[in-house]
Design a protein around this ligand. Structure first.
Ligand code: UD1
Ligand code: CA
Length: 467
């Protein structure tokens, strides 16, 4: 049994302009469910544990290498974008022990590729003792792909690019090139033989297939499903492939017992986990390394990013939760914003138009309406009245508000931090609290109310006289 790791290097071609995207962002950096397109190929090839992983960059090369920021990747610059054949030639010089390694070369715009598909190709390549193997597929609805040319014996003799293929060739040769190749060193030796295409001025990597076949080198094309290999050249394809990948993520969770009311309108990153019997309503986004527990309900319009939710949590409509933790049984929203660094305890209620930032809320506490809690430490069973604001920012520093267990904060109060409200203390509605409130005290800080008798009648008669 051969060792798959032995002498395998990978080259990902990612230098192209991506003109068809009509974008100022390099094509391979367009995001799909939270990851740049290029990252998908990088992650897929890593499972093959290559000796060396080279990514060819050209267009906005620094932006690409900065965004990918992966120490396992060697970035190689293709100075002039002279086509895929040229891109691989440029990369070859930087491979470990050039001339020795088997090379897996693949386009950086095919995020559907999986390590399983790649491993299968590698197996078949070695089983059949090919000089070059590549993935192909059939889908008559697609255009823009190279067509695999086979002779009467069924042997692969070349690839003709879609734009250069005659309509007769297109009707005969329906097998499309997937842009994933495995090459032995002798195949790579032919790279220098590729001629510039006279109409496009590019060196096509695909021409190497014809060159090798003429030299009677063994070439194999192995079909896979379009869902494993389709590429992205345009915004429409970006959308279609996003939907395919998303459906995969959602269906994986459905198999584990999660209900999605309308799967195509919930966008779920691959790093998300959700427990049994949780129900996810339409128009929801569950992103990053988010873990949601069992028996939760995620109502419409919600986005949850990089957060942990316990069991039985209800997130009501139009709520945003970012980099926070919500413990079991809590109810959040509608229209709540839980900002980074918040830890919401068990059976807490965070209601309409409540913003929580970098705040710990103890079990059983409630902030039901129109409130800002920032940089606060809130104990258990605290009641925060409507319109309460922690004034955490003095223009220079962020300061802390501590509200101990059992405290009651009356509506429309401002707590000017740093400040502490002791256990079971009361703050009267409408107070501006600038000093600590000791345990069990009532604190009230507002102008005394005066009621002026018959003031309205007097005022109105005064108005009449003037007229
Ligand atoms: C390419 C193949 C086509 C195949 C299809 C599969 C060629 C000539 N054609 O077509 O047969 O069916 O992929 O998706 O290879 N790139 C560089 N440097 C360059 C040009 C391109 O690194 O100078 C990179 C691009 O960033 C991209 C990849 O190579 O990731 C493929 O280039 P693209 O222009 O998308 O090729 P296609 O026209 O899709
Ligand atoms: Ca492409």
């Amino acid at each position: 049994m051969y060792n798959m790791r032995m002498n395998l290097s990978v080259v990902i071609l990612a230098a192209g302009r991506g003109k068809r995207m009509r974008s100022s962002i390099p094509k391979v950096l367009h995001e799909i469910l939270g990851r740049p397109m290029l990252q998908y190929s990088i992650d897929a090839v890593k499972a093959l544990r290559p000796e060396k992983l080279v990514v060819v960059v050209g267009n906005s090369s620094e932006t690409v290498s900065k965004r990918i920021n992966d120490k396992n990747v060697t970035f190689v610059l293709q100075k002039r974008l002279l086509g895929t054949g040229n891109a691989l030639s440029v990369a070859r010089n930087s491979l470990k022990g050039p001339g020795k390694d088997t090379v897996l070369a693949l386009n950086g715009d095919c995020p559907l590729i999986t390590s399983a598909t790649l491993k299968t190709l590698l197996k078949k390549h070695r089983r059949d003792g090919n000089v070059l193997s590549f993935l192909s597929f059939i889908d008559d609805s697609l255009s823009g792909y190279g067509r695999v040319i086979r002779n009467d014996n069924g042997d692969v003799t070349g690839i003709v690019e879609d734009k250069h293929a005659t309509s007769e060739e297109k009707s005969i040769f329906r097998e499309l090139n997937g842009g994933v190749y495995i090459m032995e060193p002798e195949a790579l030796d032919w790279l220098g033989r590729i001629r510039k295409n006279s109409s496009s001025g590019e060196y096509y990597l695909t021409d190497i297939v014809n060159i090798i076949s003429k030299k009677r080198g063994k070439v194999g094309a192995y079909q896979c499903a379009p869902e494993e290999i389709r590429g992205i050249n345009s915004r429409e394809e970006l959308h279609e492939i996003t939907m395919l990948l998303n459906r995969g993520n959602v269906f994986k969770l459905m198999k584990k017992g999660v209900t999605f009311i309308k799967p195509d309108s919930s966008f779920v990153h691959s790093s998300v986990s959700v427990g049994k019997d949780t129900v996810v309503y339409p128009n929801t986004f569950i992103e990053g390394r988010t873990a949601i527990g069992k028996n939760c309900i995620i109502f419409p319009g919600t986005r949850i990013y990089q957060s942990i939710l316990g069991d039985g949590v209800t997130v009501k409509d139009n709520t945003l939760i970012e980099e926070s933790r919500i413990r079991s049984g809590s109810v959040i929203g509608p229209f709540a914003h839980i900002r980074p660094g918040s830890i919401i305890g068990r059976n807490v209620k965070i209601g309409n138009f409540v913003e929580v930032k970098n705040t710990r809320v103890g079990d059983g506490s409630k902030a039901s309406h129109l409130t800002y809690l920032g940089d606060a430490e809130i104990g258990r069973d605290v009641n925060i009245g409507a319109g309460t604001i922690t004034c955490n920012y003095d223009g220079v520093d962020k300061c802390k508000t501590v509200i101990e267990s059992g405290a009651f904060i009356g509506s429309d109060s401002q707590l000017v931090a740093p400040v502490k409200i002791g256990k079971r203390a009361y703050v009267a509605a409408g107070s501006t609290i600038t000093k600590d409130v000791p345990e069990g005290n009532l604190s009230i800080s507002r102008a005394k109310q005066k009621n002026l008798k018959k003031w309205v009648a007097r005022k109105q008669s005064g108005v009449k006289k003037k007229n």
